[in-house]
Design a protein around this ligand. Structure first.
Ligand SMILES: NC(=O)c1ccc[n+]([C@@H]2O[C@H](COP(=O)([O-])OP(=O)(O)OC[C@H]3O[C@@H](n4cnc5c(N)ncnc54)[C@H](O)[C@@H]3O)[C@@H](O)[C@H]2O)c1
Length: 341
């Protein structure tokens, strides 16, 4: 008999839907028992897509009524810390989407409450579970391109994050929402901690958004200096009409590795006017389809086998610290030294 972990997903929005569909259809070691959303109608709609599970408006109700071993938190950033505390204190393991929290204080609370209650905490950096990106990490560890001196990672998307992400009271802006992944991947590949971050950002695509959200930015570049003196570059921007674009370049003393392609498949149409047509990835759901499945499976395996998750709360905190340093650098127009106070 396969041991299945009883799971509840909190948040039936964009990320919640991806996790619910994977947990219910594609991960044999998962048993999805409940969906929670403060908008109960949304939870029920999603539940219907998978043949029906119990739906609740709050995590507290779900934890009271169901035997839940693990909670997937796929709600807006400002809810991550209180929901993690609630789940951990009820003895449930926590998978929490990125960015981990609004502040380092919140991230620290999440790490300590999960440790205190002896439950696992994994942060949703699914790129670490993408087969090709994973392969790059292996090649780096094998020394294939020598010592890593520069890692560049870019993410551009066709849409805008939800409004809560742009409002400083509920989110930490586009660079956190879209590029937390890039900061995490660069740190992972570099195998070192950031010591300085400098960022440039502006509202160049939708300048009018600044009227409603004064800190709004939609094009940005961030330069990171690591303790091993390696350099990282994060480049991001949304919305770009052309598709979802995530590419990484790793420069070592003995070679170069690139991963990620603008093309969403191998389809290529060549016409007699000498023009070629191909397709891009429509969204992050398509580009990282396998990554989302693999990260959830890895988290559930860590529970079953009582192992440390592959992406820990400390990893989430380090990426958050780099993002917060970039935001501070945008605000002050100066390089910011880490660790942050
Ligand atoms: N890993 C990825 O690639 C990826 C992709 C998209 C989003 N995310 C992350 O997932 C999280 C959610 O983002 P989203 O785009 O899905 O947001 P969303 O706005 O589409 O969905 C959030 C849902 O949470 C519900 N909600 C809010 N507070 C709640 C609470 N206290 N209890 C129950 N339900 C609550 C809302 O009603 C909404 O349905 C964010 O942290 C985001 O950064 C990650």
């Amino acid at each position: 008999m396969v041991r299945r972990v009883k799971v509840c997903v909190v948040g039936a929005g964009r990320a919640g839907e991806v996790h619910v569909l994977n947990l219910s259809r594609r991960i044999p070691i998962a048993e999805l028992v409940a969906i929670v959303d403060m908008d109960l109608g949304l939870a029920k709609q999603l539940s219907e897509k998978i043949g029906g599970v119990h739906c609740y408006q709050t995590l507290s109700e779900a934890l009271k009524n169901e035997e839940i071993e693990a909670v997937f938190i796929t709600t807006p950033t400002f809810t991550h810390c209180p929901l993690t505390i609630e789940a951990a204190e009820a003895g449930a393991h926590v998978f929490c989407e990125k960015p981990m929290a609004l502040s380092l204080e919140e991230a620290d609370k999440m790490i300590s409450v999960t440790k205190k209650n002896n439950v696992k905490l994994q942060i949703g950096f699914m790129r670490r579970f993408d087969p090709e990106i994973r392969k790059v990490k292996t090649l780096i560890m094998e020394g294939l391109v020598g010592r890593i001196v520069l890692v560049k990672s870019l993410t551009r998307g066709p849409g805008l994050p939800p409004k809560w992400a742009l409002d400083p009271k509920t989110g930490i802006g586009m660079i956190a929402e879209v590029s937390s992944h890039d900061f995490d991947t660069i740190r992972w590949f570099m195998g070192s901690e950031a010591k300085m971050v400098y960022a440039e950002a502006d509202a160049l695509i939708n300048p009018d958004f600044k009227k409603e959200y004064p800190t709004y930015h939609d094009v940005y570049v961030s330069v990171i200096r690591f303790e091993n003196n390696g350099i990282g570059v994060v480049d991001g921007g949304c919305p770009v009409g052309y598709g979802y674009d995530a590419r990484i370049e790793v420069l070592g003393t003995e070679g170069l590795i690139t991963v990620g392609d603008i093309r969403g498949g191998s389809l290529l149409v060549c016409k007699s006017d000498k023009k070629a047509i191909t397709e891009t990835f429509p969204s992050w759901r398509d580009r990282f389809r396998e990554g989302y499945i693999n990260e959830a499976e890895s988290f559930l395996k860590a529970i079953i086998e009582d192992k440390e998750p592959e992406v820990t709360g400390e990893d989430g905190r380090k990426a958050l610290e780099m993002v917060l340093a970039a935001i501070e650098s945008i605000r002050t127009n100066k390089p910011v030294t880490l660790p942050l106070k």
